[in-house]
Design a protein around this ligand. Sequence first.
Ligand code: P6P
Length: 345
Amino acid sequence: MKRVITLGQFIIERQSDFPYAKGELSRLLRDIGIAAKLVNREVNKAGLVDILGEHGTTNIQGERVKKLDIYANEQFIAALGSGGETRGIASEENDELVPITTAVSKNAKYLVCVDPLDGSSNIDVNVSVGTVFSIYRSTDSSAPLSEADFLQKGVDQVAAGYVIYGSSTMLVYTTRRGVNGFTLDPSIGEFCLSHPDMKCPETGTMYSINEGNYARFPEGVKQYIKYCQVEDDATDRPYTSRYIGSLVADFHRNLLMGGIFIYPSTAKSPQGKLRLLYECNPLAFLIEEAGGTASDGHQRILELTPTSLHQRTPLFIGSAGMVAKAEEFMRGSHRGEPLTGDPAS
Ligand code: P6P
């Protein structure tokens, strides 16, 4: 009988990995696990209660907000507020910062950026959705909370992860000591270690992009898509196109099986659609720890210097070999070259 290791046990056992930690980060990760269980409960019964449907408001993205978005946001803010380790939160659902002023948080050291329920438009059609989170150390926990404190490069994250509410609910996170996945066992209400030390395959045969935007893509992206579609047994092409339209679900599949996800700039959205602080940076942190890579098509996501809470960036993320190939096309090093075979070989 294999030993069941819960998220809580795992965090405590790994706590010795943090040279100066006194348990604060461990407690913060626990707080996220608690909120994830509460959100999971509502997501799983979304079709059964009147929690669906438009909430009538729109968030900073200009998207109509569904009630589960608000519920999820409230759960993460409440759990992080009562946990006492978080100074403030930047959330997709809040235009401004959310300072945490609870008494237990007066000595808090950490900042959390969170997309409480990404892909929520898919809930009505029972497609997997997810939470994405990113954790930083406050640069000066004695100073008043400021937006500038959240505008740290992704390379300075202390932890990052996501929850995928799918056929099963999983929490995947890293603190730069490997990527580990925990599956929720509803019978005991615990996240249990199911995917230790996750690694992203160096290459894969799946590409994930919304080809409906093809006409608006940069030339390098168009060339890469054509490259993926060329018959070439030596490089296992044509690849398979898989696009769920839920970032966490597409990312999770590629992390497990290998593949590339691209949300590029388009003529309509020059900075792309996805958000740097609470979508691209945490996923880039995870994929690099798992052996993959993430860029904006030209430079490493984790090296980008944020300038605002909700800024967007193009995203190329997944298997290192596939991202490198796409970047070659973005550099124009393939422009005009024949697409049969492997022009870069
Ligand atoms: P499009 C969901 O709305 C989301 O933010 C991500 O989860 C997903 O990857 C992307 O947008 C899908 O966007 O433009 O292809 O529908």
